[in-house]
Design a protein around this ligand. Structure first.
Ligand code: G3P
Length: 220
């Protein structure tokens, strides 16, 4: 299982590398827009910082434009994976881009059955299907069962990897670990996990107790 970082921020990529949590990067148009500046130049920089796959999403809704843009994105670096939405136009673009040896990540998948047509593509099979976990829960809707998507992938493809995405909380992260081949996590989620108030409080409690010992009785 691998961990990707869901960000377009170069500082975050550099920061989280040390923790082994940047085996790849996923971006989307909103993440790139948030950083401002030249998006393609930024993508190039990300690709040079990361040895693993870097997902970059198309910004058109018709397949001829998706294909053209997908080829352009794939030309940025050999580790680019083109992200396409799980729509009819996304399907048409995925088919053509696959035949041109472009790696694909099918995104905005909210139920396992949406992945079926994409899993039937076999020349070549798509590299990733992204299960979007946090977004439905933002609106009070229970998110997709990663186990159903994993079972669907295993029945139909065996090659395609389940990429769990949009991971906002520790509960969402824990729920996908048994099934995901890759989990892409935003820096904010890792930051929250490292700042668990019970961990910080416990650390303080223990140190306060320790400091009550006379200095000569404390191990250094
Ligand atoms: O890579 C996953 C990402 O596209 C999901 O976006 O906005 O739901 O965190 P978001």
């Amino acid at each position: 299982m691998r961990f990707f970082l869901d960000t377009a921020n170069l500082y975050e990529i550099d920061h989280w590398r040390e923790f082994g949590l940047v085996q790849g990067v996923t971006t989307n148009p909103a993440l790139l827009a948030k950083e401002g500046g030249d998006a393609l130049g930024r993508l190039k920089n990300i690709c040079s910082m990361v040895a693993g796959p870097v997902s970059a999403e198309v910004t058109y809704q018709d397949h001829p434009s998706m294909i053209q843009q997908g080829l352009r994105l794939a030309g940025v670096a050999p580790n680019v994976v083109v992200k396409l939405p799980a729509t009819i136009e996304g399907y048409r673009a995925a088919k053509v881009l696959g035949s041109r040896n472009v790696k694909r990540n099918i995104t905005l998948t909210f139920v396992a059955t949406q992945a079926i047509p994409f899993l039937m593509l076999n020349s070549p099979p798509v590299e990733y299907v992204s299960a979007i976990c946090g977004r439905p829960e933002d609106f009070g809707v229970v998110s997709l069962e990663a186990s159903y998507l994993k079972a669907t992938i295993d029945r139909l493809s065996k090659v395609t990897q389940l990429l769990a995405a949009s991971i906002r909380t520790s509960v969402q992260l824990a729920s996908v670990i048994p099934y995901a081949d890759v989990v892409t996590v935003p820096p904010s989620t890792w930051r929250t996990l490292f700042a668990n108030p019970m961990t910080l409080q416990g650390e303080n409690d223990f140190l306060n107790a320790w400091r009550e010992l006379p200095a000569e009785w404390r191990t250094s």
